[in-house]
Design a protein around this ligand. Structure first.
Ligand SMILES: *Cc1c(COP(=O)(O)O)cnc(C)c1O
Length: 356
């Protein structure tokens, strides 16, 4: 069977060797005689799997001992609510509004504490990361950012530094570029972009921030309780955690995050370089803030955009339609997208431009 190059923003492509391992373990995982989906989460055989996934993540991101790694439910969106419930001690938090997900996170937090939107690029349809310099509140419980804006194709080139712990929704660029975990209080990420299957949320939290959850916080969202229970307060997303571990093992073979970041930069540069020299296509995000994970571009003509998306699909390059709030096209080129896929995309863009 022929596989396509899938440019979907999420759920997105997984590395082929990972899918082959999933296939090979369909009837029996190693010598257990059962699929991972059939295992008790309390069994030693499953404990080995979750421990393995956790230690691979620690290795890939160089996570220090004073941070806990949690595997939670409900994707990133669930944590939009859990962040204020776990960290809201003084009762106010700063948010940088750099995209729809950032906006949604702030909206959810506002149900539980006072939200200060300290900077926003909403009025310019989020084509850049807004400037926060001098605007952060000394009294905030935390500062929330979205490191990569999936829909608009922007990312932070510099991290904000303030008094309050930095909390980052890293859903669309975790493991795709190197970050120093020490700069963050909390990192969380829905898994379906760069980690594995949807529904799972990976969280990295500095241990001194645990234990302050508000009394109304549901216990499955209480990070301290989850940390005390090894992410098994209830049944975790066992299969997704297993597949995430396979993706992480694959990533270790690619030279880790340091190794893949080089490839990711090369892929993005190839695409932006074409767009900057094209007479038909043009990138939409401001140059300085261009994401290396999600590349957004347009022709300026809706019919031509649609024709290109169709033309690309006929060549096995699928899911290139942009988000409805931006229009045009978006190529999501996460870790699992091989460089050959981006080359094929550039060739297809060239062909369309010549003949279109
Ligand atoms: C995809 C995405 C989300 C939403 O993730 P869910 O798993 O659907 O909750 C949140 N934030 C960012 C930055 C994303 O890219």
């Amino acid at each position: 069977m022929d596989r396509v190059y899938n440019f979907s923003p999420g759920p997105s492509m997984l590395p082929l060797p990972v899918l082959e391992k999933v296939q090979a373990s369909a009837l029996a995982y190693e010598s257990t005689g059962m699929n991972v989906m059939e295992m008790s989460h309390r069994s030693p055989m499953y404990q080995a799997i979750i421990d393995d996934t956790s230690s691979r993540l620690r290795d890939l991101m160089h996570i220090p001992e004073n941070y806990a790694v949690l595997f939670l439910h409900g994707g990133a969106t669930m944590q939009f609510a859990s962040v204020p419930m776990n960290l809201g001690v003084k009762g106010q938090a700063d948010y940088i509004d750099s995209g729809n997900f950032a906006h949604g996170a702030a909206g959810e937090a506002a149900k539980y504490l006072k939200v200060n939107v300290v900077a926003s690029s909403r009025d310019d349809n989020y084509t850049y990361i807004p400037d926060w310099e001098g605007k952060l509140n000394a009294d905030a419980d935390y500062l929330h950012i979205t490191t990569n804006n999936t829909i608009y194709g922007t990312h932070y080139v510099k991290l904000p530094e303030g008094n309050a712990p930095l909390v980052a929704d890293m859903s669309s660029n975790i493991l795709g570029e190197v970050y120093d975990v020490n700069k963050f209080g909390v990192i969380y990420a829905g898994a379906q972009k760069n980690i594995g299957p949807a529904g799972l949320c990976v969280m990295i939290v500095r241990k001194d921030l645990l234990g302050n959850a508000s009394p109304i916080c549901p216990k499955v969202l209480n990070w301290a309780t989850q940390a005390d229970n090894g992410s098994m307060l209830n049944t975790p997303n066992t299969f997704a955690i297993y597949v995430a571990g396979l993706c992480m093992a694959w990533l270790q073979e690619q030279g880790g995050v340091e190794g893949i970041e080089k490839v990711n930069r090369e892929k993005a540069a190839m695409l932006y370089d074409f767009l900057d020299n094209s007479n038909l296509f043009k990138a939409t995000a401001q140059k300085e803030f261009r994401s290396i994970m999600n590349v957004t571009f347009i022709t300026g003509d809706k019919d031509k955009d649609a024709a290109f998306v169709k033309f690309a699909a006929s060549k096995g390059l699928v899911n290139l339609k942009g988000h409805r709030s931006v229009g045009g096209m978006r190529a999501s080129i996460y870790n699992a997208m091989p460089i050959e896929g981006v080359k094929a995309l550039v060739n297809t863009l060239k062909e369309f431009e010549l003949n279109g």
